[in-house]
Ligand binder design. Structure first.
Ligand SMILES: *[C@@H]1O[C@H](CO)[C@@H](O)[C@H](O)[C@H]1NC(C)=O
Ligand SMILES: *[C@@H]1O[C@H](CO)[C@@H](O)[C@H](O)[C@H]1NC(C)=O
Ligand SMILES: *[C@@H]1O[C@H](CO)[C@@H](O)[C@H](O)[C@H]1NC(C)=O
Ligand SMILES: *[C@@H]1O[C@H](CO)[C@@H](O)[C@H](O)[C@H]1NC(C)=O
Ligand SMILES: *[C@@H]1O[C@H](CO)[C@@H](O)[C@H](O)[C@H]1NC(C)=O
Length: 498
């Protein structure tokens, strides 16, 4: 880490001049260039390098590390946020965090992800997928199953920056996404024409792309990246299009299972019909699936709900997806509280502000440094605040007033660099993480060494949470930490960790 130009800096000190200049430049860009390629932005910022007033977010490139085993999460998120929407790809050997920068196909846009995990796929629960229309305007002829609906992306269309991710699909749908703490907000843009490409070849006519009537169908698949579901329920409201549901899923490489829930609302187009699908079979005759609703028990595979809309007057449909580990009604409450107005630009701006705040503790003198180094540095710092994730208020396992953090992935790696750095960059959050570790000890009987999705890791030995606690003590983190209990946890955990 480039220590010489890392100095702590008063939080409130913010330089508005360059931010305003950027807004001005952005405002002048033609609408179709609203998301200019990063090279353009870097061209602009390059001339500003050397002035510490540069907007450091322009140096964060979330796509670094999305190939060759990096497994990092490049989607939209707040610092330590639980909602982490991104496009999921079908390169399942690489897609531990959902998205991969290669030629693999896009299977959907899911809400929950981890970042930088080593082994198995993690989460990827609750993908939405958007068709611009269905062959012969017949919803039964649209593709529902994850492997059937997988579709090429438009080359180089993936755009990622803090709080924002976008990609264009070969069916001419553009998907943009942003996030609050527990809610994803999607903006799907469809072509303005009355006929739109379906982009999958018609059977028996492999060379000719089909044109279909513009009538977007958006589906919600009750699935995760590993297809690990072992039961769940989902329903759609015929009048409002609201979809709610949840199920039991397996953690990446931990033990047991965890429950997760979602709640989707749409805005932007009139609803024509709604229904469910089980594997490839879609119907508008049933509006709910799962044993709670008296239908088949949902085990693995694609199953969910769909809404078919009339052509969107502004060619855009917004989807707001709340998530929760407690219940689907809590997922709905999270969404309603965090994103009342479906105002996409406002949610992006709030996420950018949150990230600028977090990164503003570092004052970097950019003089004479090239853009590649600045990108490496700021993207690295950004990455230290994706996980562990803040699940406070979302812990179904025990009742406590302590903060709850999860996705400690894994402390045998993170105790060396990430946590010690956070004691300096973000001591408030590190304090909450330490309290969460102690609370996990209190209720599980051991400190975790790896913990994901409310489940125990057990994968490697060691007792590295001890080091995290000791480091916090030495660095004088105090607010609300029960050091007597912390000592008990460290002494007790000699017998082993979770
Ligand atoms: C997209 O890129 C891949 C290789 O990365 C190439 O095979 C393919 O032809 C490209 N498609 C288009 C439409 O340019
Ligand atoms: C994209 O879709 C068009 C039809 O709309 C098709 O001709 C083309 O081959 C597709 N491209 C890829 C990379 O699949
Ligand atoms: C789908 O429906 C067809 C006919 O309606 C039926 O034969 C088939 O078994 C169904 N498949 C599934 C997975 O339910
Ligand atoms: C963590 O989440 C809780 C509950 O949503 C919230 O009150 C708290 O401010 C969050 N902490 C951080 C560091 O964002
Ligand atoms: C921690 O606090 C003690 C007592 O106030 C002080 O002597 C020590 O320098 C502090 N340590 C750090 C790392 O700030």
């Amino acid at each position: 880490m480039a220590v010489p130009f890392l100095k702590t800096f008063p939080r409130r000190r913010r330089v508005f001049g360059v931010v305003l200049l950027f807004s001005f430049i952005w405002a002048l860009l033609p609408v179709e260039n609203f998301n200019p390629p990063r090279t353009v932005l870097l061209g602009i910022t390059k001339t500003l390098a050397g002035k510490s007033s540069s907007d450091v977010l322009e140096f964060v490139d979330p796509l670094i590390g999305t190939v060759n085993g990096g497994h990092v999460f490049p989607g939209a998120t707040l610092p330590y946020g639980m909602a982490k929407p991104v496009a999921d790809t079908n390169n399942y050997g690489e897609a531990a965090a959902g998205f991969v920068s290669d030629d693999s196909l896009i299977v959907g846009f899911s809400q929950l992800h981890d970042s930088g995990t080593g082994g198995a796929l993690s989460m990827g629960n609750f993908p939405l997928f958007a068709h611009p229309g269905c062959p012969e305007d017949d919803f039964k002829q649209c593709r529902y199953v994850s492997s059937d609906r997988a579709i090429p992306r438009i080359n180089n269309s993936a755009t990622a920056r803090p709080g924002y991710f976008a990609i264009r699909l070969n069916n001419s749908v553009q998907a943009e996404m942003t996030a609050t703490a527990h809610t994803s907000l999607f903006r799907f843009t469809f072509p303005p024409e009355a006929e739109v490409p379906y982009a999958y070849p018609a059977s028996g006519n492999e060379d000719t792309p089909q044109m279909v009537p513009n009538s977007p169908l958006i589906l919600m698949d009750l699935i995760d990246l590993m297809s690990s579901r072992s039961g769940g329920d989902i329903k759609v409201n015929m009048a409002t299009g609201r979809m709610e549901g949840g199920g039991a899923f397996r953690p990446s490489f931990g033990h047991g299972s965890y429950q997760a829930y979602f709640c989707v609302d749409f805005q932007g187009a009139e609803i024509r019909r709604t229904g469910t699908f089980l594997r490839a079979n879609a119907t508008d005759g049933a509006q709910a699936l799962g044993s709670t609703y008296g239908t088949t028990r949902l085990s693995q595979g694609s199953a969910g709900t769909w809404v078919q809309f009339a052509q969107a007057p502004q060619n855009q449909i917004l989807a707001r997806v709340g998530v929760s580990f407690i219940s689907d009604s809590q997922a709905c409450r999270n969404a309603e509280q965090e994103i009342g107005g479906f105002d996409f630009e406002r949610v992006v701006a709030a996420a950018e502000t949150a990230w600028r705040d977090k990164l503003s503790v570092i004052k970097a003198d950019h003089t004479g440094l090239d853009v590649d180094l600045l990108k490496t540095f700021w993207s690295g710092v950004y990455r230290t605040m994706l996980s562990p994730q803040n699940y406070t208020g979302e812990n179904p396992l025990w009742t406590s007033d302590e903060p709850y953090y999860d996705s400690f992935y894994c402390i045998w790696d993170s105790f060396r660099a990430q946590h010690p750095l956070l004691t300096i960059l973000d001591p408030e959050t590190q304090t909450d993480m330490v309290r969460a570790l102690i609370d996990i000890y209190k209720f599980e009987g051991k400190l975790p060494d790896c913990r994901m999705s409310f489940s125990k890791g057990y994968t490697q030995g060691g007792s590295n949470a001890d080091v995290v606690l000791a480091d916090a003590l030495i660095k004088n983190l105090t607010r609300g930490i029960d050091w007597a209990l912390a000592y008990e946890a460290v002494a007790g955990s000699r017998a082993g960790t979770l």
